[in-house]
Design a protein around this ligand. Structure first.
Ligand code: IMP
Ligand code: MG
Length: 181
């Protein structure tokens, strides 16, 4: 097995680049079909979702816009439970079809605290697309309308996901190896 080490922790390959790309293009095809003629506005939640957002956006063929917001709740390998906004949105959402792009829905705190502020602006519709989801970690009910992979409750990195800022550049997604096993 090709283990890698990041910040002195061991990770093993978990979802390979080709499999990620297949799911991303499947999701893009669904969105193409569902949003034709609606000119959706995608909101990518930085930092983690930049790679998913970029690949997904390249696969789309319909008219669409994209914007970015910066929210964070993670430090190291754990959720802090607090969501901080450090870059807001410029666009008006009133009457727009909005699709949120997330790398992963884990506890659901990020979206739970962010979605109501979007609904308040009366968008025509509001949906969530997430590459990954950890159902066992979920603490708030979040509907994911477009999902790539459901994964166990273990820390992941690569393809935009980081460990204290590192390893976002990896093409594949890696899983933390439990020490002592
Ligand atoms: P939530 O608020 O707990 O749902 O967490 C959402 C955010 O935490 C995601 O957008 C990621 O940026 C980060 N996150 C959650 N799980 C992981 C992980 O396994 N690796 C890296 N980042 C993660
Ligand atoms: Mg994120």
């Amino acid at each position: 097995m090709d283990f890698i080490e990041v910040n002195n922790r061991k990770f093993t390959p978990y979802i390979l680049h080709d499999d990620i790309q297949k799911e991303v293009s499947r999701i893009a095809a669904e969105i193409d079909r569902d949003y034709k003629g609606k000119r959706p506005l995608f909101i990518s939640i930085l930092n983690g979702s930049f790679m998913f957002a970029s690949d997904l956006f390249k696969h789309l063929t319909i008219e669409a816009e994209i914007s970015f917001i910066k929210l964070a709740s993670y430090k190291g390998t754990r959720s802090t439970g607090q969501v901080i906004t450090s870059i807001g949105l410029d666009e008006s959402l009133k009457g727009r079809h909005i699709v949120i792009l997330e790398d992963i829905v884990d506890t659901g705190k990020t979206l739970h605290s962010f979605l109501p502020s979007l609904s308040d602006q009366n968008p025509a519709s509001l949906r969530v697309a997430s590459l990954l989801h950890k159902p066992e970690a979920l603490e708030h009910k979040i509907t994911i309308d477009y999902l790539g992979f459901s994964v166990p409750n273990k820390f992941l990195l690569g393809y935009g996901l980081d460990f204290d800022g590192l390893a976002r550049n990896l093409k594949d997604i890696y899983q933390l190896v439990d020490e002592g096993k």
